[in-house]
Design a protein around this ligand. Structure first.
Ligand SMILES: [Zn+2]
Length: 203
């Protein structure tokens, strides 16, 4: 059962295609498991379509029809290959770097994404707290397995965490399973030794 969802602002930005790639990938991972957000997305897309229909028509370029016919003959683009069959869509088709140990009981695997945000997979053992950090922009985390808790509640598989302020309490992995999550941020910078590792691996 999913209890934590992206904010309406983030979902609207996702529907409009304006989220940086790494944040869009985390949002899509949640939407793939969340019926409520899929319904909200359909409503947002219908609203966007109605807005387009209400706009004044614009004259088409003289060669628009010819260009459309040429494109209709082109083969349909193939979806990207499955690179990570152990992960759910869309993470199965995105490129990750190697796993890096980032302290005791914690590993990080950077996501190769374009745009103004960065992200990666984070795997943490039970009782480990996620790295100390501050926020300078949006940060999204979707749990893939295991669970963590912070001052705002308990997060389990499928839940999406979108903190609106700096974490008062750092998230701590609870239960007996390690916690695997996909995280993306526009501005989060890890502090201390982990911050040094983050800079070494180019994020
Ligand atoms: Zn949701």
């Amino acid at each position: 059962m999913i209890h934590h969802h992206p904010t309406e602002t983030t979902l609207a930005a996702y529907a409009a295609g304006t989220l940086p790639e790494a944040l869009a990938i985390v949002t899509a991972t949640h939407i793939g498991r969340c019926v409520a957000c899929r319904r909200s997305l359909e409503t947002l897309e219908a609203t966007g379509g109605a807005l387009l229909e209400g706009m004044a028509p614009v004259a088409m370029a003289g060669d628009a029809w010819d260009r459309l016919l040429v494109r209709a003959d082109e083969p349909a683009p193939q979806p990207p290959r499955i690179l990570n069959p152990e992960l759910p869509a869309p993470l199965s088709r995105v490129t990750f770097g190697r796993w890096w140990p980032i302290g005791f009981g914690m590993r990080y695997r950077p996501l190769r994404a374009a745009g103004a945000a960065w992200g990666g997979l984070l795997l943490a053992s039970p009782n480990r707290s996620l790295p100390s950090h501050g926020h300078a922009g949006r940060e999204l985390t979707c749990i893939l397995s295991g669970s963590f808790a912070d001052g705002t509640g308990v997060y389990e598989a499928g839940d999406l965490s979108e903190p609106v302020t700096d974490h008062d309490q750092p998230p701590v992995v609870i239960g007996t399973e390690p916690c695997l999550c996909i995280i993306a941020s526009e501005g989060m910078r890890l502090r201390g030794l982990l911050g040094l590792v983050q800079r070494m691996i180019g994020q």
